[in-house]
Design a protein around this ligand. Structure first.
Ligand SMILES: C[S@@+](CC[C@H](N)C(=O)[O-])C[C@H]1O[C@@H](n2cnc3c(N)ncnc32)[C@H](O)[C@@H]1O
Length: 197
């Protein structure tokens, strides 16, 4: 099936690069560990977040399935401690071969692309990649599709149940409405943060 993230890579790259990490992720930034460690950015897109984390001293592995988008991101972040790979949920087959655990895993604006039937596996794979004490951040998109990309419904309860089944603790995020940073009034966001004990 055609992948808009590959076919319109430059369009999406420019769109995502216009946003600031600190703005997009303001609701959970208080949970970002003060001392940097190793981070995995799943569905890294333009690499905006991977680059911001690397600038804060994190060693980042950016996994992105869309080749053209990944190449643009890789080029933009070439001077930073960001490594890139081609991989995708639910299996993250390549990342798992590295036998590495991450202190932070970011799944930003990706969960809505996962069919519900793949979410159990995806969540288990993500949990297995967390180091002890590591945190998993997942942002959820609420709102209609755009006629171009495939979106599935997301809900926070589903994530809470998955976290409970993996014995992850739910961490608080800042209160307040998470409006769409691209100004789409019909789209809203929600952030969930979980910690491996
Ligand atoms: C809306 S963009 C978000 C990009 C970036 N994380 C951000 O917050 O700006 C969604 C990204 O998820 C990637 N993606 C789609 N399906 C995926 C999957 N099953 N596993 C990992 N990434 C996926 C797309 O290629 C795209 O780069």
């Amino acid at each position: 099936m055609a992948d808009p993230y590959s076919e319109k890579a430059l369009h999406f790259f420019n769109q995502y690069q216009k946003l600031a990490f600190e703005d997009v992720h303001q609701h959970w930034l208080a949970q970002l560990p003060e001392s940097p460690g190793s981070a995995l950015d799943v569905g890294a897109g333009s690499g905006r977040d991977a680059a911001a984390l690397a600038s804060r001293g994190w060693h980042v592995l950016a996994a992105e399935p869309a080749t053209a988008l990944r190449q643009l991101g890789e080029n933009a972040a070439r001077h930073l401690a960001v490594e890139w790979c081609e991989d995708h949920l639910p299996e993250l087959s390549h990342v798992r071969t590295l036998d590495h655990r991450f202190d932070l895993i970011l799944v930003s604006a990706v969960w809505m692309h996962l069919p519900p039937s793949q979410r159990n596996t995806a969540f288990q794979v993500l949990t297995d990649l967390l180091s002890p004490g590591g945190i998993l951040v997942i942002t959820l998109r609420h709102g209609p599709g755009d006629g171009e990309r495939v979106f599935y419904e997301t809900n926070r309860d589903e994530l809470e149940r998955l976290a409970e089944s993996q014995s992850l603790a739910s961490l608080p995020v800042a209160e307040g409405k998470e409006t769409d940073r691209m100004g789409r009034s019909e789209v809203a966001w929600e952030t969930a943060v979980f910690q491996n004990p």
